[in-house]
Design a protein around this ligand. Structure first.
Ligand code: FAD
Length: 395
């Protein structure tokens, strides 16, 4: 309630709580944040060199963070979609985009299709241990010859009696080296267009599954990224996830959640770079005063704040629509496109404000930029987002 005092004197420190969050979300935020700062952030530098350890998953499972919105009967916490947004935001505190991405692939990309499309037996076999962190998952869409053009994939699954035989390859697969299973996108009927795709749950230790080289990257160094081959991999017919022939639609649904969670992570990462850089700008002096007090620098912060806040509102409003049963593909695409651009622009401006220090590894801002850069490519490039948005207007 506005009073004369606070109308006359704006309070810039007031709590910036959004209406989608309840006190329970605040508590969850606090407990995830505490864990991330205490158990993940201190290892950020080391894991850039070694990739993060698998033990993160059972630890997060033990704390209940891997199944926040899954029902309690599967070991989840029974929360709403906003809990996943909270997780994505708090993971930014680990100062390592690769760790946040590896966890998000598990919680918000590979396991949601198992929950939504899986049989009860598949949920018991894959979802329950995933929520405990006993099984690690990955998602295989992209191939060496088809990324944006998902319909152009070549991995084939051919029925042979009670089994399917899978041949093909996938690339850029996050968690591909550590995963116990993969949600694999295949073509079962190449002549059926969009109705010829089928998802499979494939155990990664199965015969014919080959984890080829660990790919080296610009950023996200703490995550593992794999080139995978599938050579005459035999899986039982009940390894089909969802409906035969409906895999394309299933994976398009999956991508919406993936994009929104990615957007939430982008906003949180940008906010983190902003806060860190503000601190620096208030300490670093040039020409006899703190650089943050030069109008040119102050305006950089103002521009960044406008972008971050706009992206945040877009993400929260879209999450509200998603939570309330809408399938807001246009808004998710807008949020993903904008938040990814903002994350990169903010990280770049933060490097600039740090001057030479921003270019140095030890400060960590250059890593924020390198990590953020992926977001304009992964889960659908800027160009594909623009195309989805444009087409949604009938163009
Ligand atoms: C670090 C990392 C982790 C990843 N993790 C995973 C993962 O876990 N699982 C997974 O399946 N994939 C993963 N990916 C793959 C990622 O989703 C793809 O790289 C992305 O979708 C783009 O596909 P592409 O690389 O084949 O690029 P391409 O599709 O070859 O695109 C190349 C360029 O052409 C543009 N372009 C393509 N089509 C059009 C068009 N119609 N109109 C305008 N421009 C167009 C693109 O925007 C891009 O600029 C990951 C990628 C990276 C880099």
């Amino acid at each position: 309630m506005a009073t004369a005092a606070n109308v006359l004197k704006p309070d810039f420190q007031s709590q910036k709580k959004h209406f989608i969050f309840t006190p329970e979300h605040d508590q969850l935020r606090e407990s995830i944040g505490r864990f991330v700062e205490k158990e993940l952030a201190p290892h950020a530098e080391e894991w850039e060199e070694t990739t993060f350890p698998d033990s993160i998953f059972p630890r997060m499972g033990e704390l209940g963070f891997l199944g926040l919105s899954y029902p309690e009967e599967y070991g989840g916490q029974g929360g709403d979609y906003y809990c996943n947004i909270v997780l994505a935001e708090e993971m930014a505190k680990c100062n390592s985009g690769g760790v946040a991405m590896g966890v998000a692939v598990h919680t918000d990309m590979a396991t949601p299709p198992v929950f939504l499309f899986g049989t009860e037996e598949q949920k018991q076999r894959y979802l329950v241990p995933s929520i405990k962190g006993e099984k690690i998952s990955c998602l295989g869409i992209t191939e060496p010859d088809a990324g944006s053009d998902v319909a152009g994939i070549k991995t084939r699954a051919v029925r042979d009696g009670d089994e399917y035989v899978i041949n093909g390859s996938k690339t850029f697969i996050t968690n591909g080296h550590r995963a116990d299973y993969i949600v694999l996108v295949t073509k079962t009927d190449p002549d059926a267009g969009y109705d010829g795709f089928t998802l499979f749950l494939v155990d990664m230790d199965g015969e014919g599954v080959i984890r080829e080289k660990r790919l080296e990257k610009l950023g996200m160094h703490s995550s593992d990224t794999a080139l995978l081959a599938f050579q005459d991999v035999r899986v039982p017919a009940d390894a089909v996830l969802g409906e035969i022939g409906k895999g394309f639609y299933h994976i398009m649904w999956e991508l919406q959640g993936e994009r929104l969670i990615g957007a939430a992570g982008c906003v949180a990462g940008a906010q983190r770079s902003f806060d860190k850089t503000k601190q620096y700008a208030l300490e670093r002096k040039a020409f006899g005063r703190e650089i943050g007090h030069f109008q040119a620098i102050r305006h950089k912060f103002a521009e960044m704040a406008v972008k971050i806040e706009t992206a945040r509102q877009m993400v929260y409003t879209t999450a509200w629509r998603f939570q309330n049963g809408e399938y807001p593909v246009r808004e998710i695409s807008i949020a993903k496109l904008y938040a990814a651009r903002v994350a990169v622009e903010v990280a770049d401006e933060c490097i600039q404000i740090h001057g030479g220090a921003g270019y140095m590894k030890e400060v960590g801002i250059e890593r924020a930029w390198r990590d953020a850069r992926l977001n304009r490519i992964g889960a659908g490039t800027d160009e594909i987002m623009l195309d989805v948005i444009g087409r949604s207007y009938g163009l």
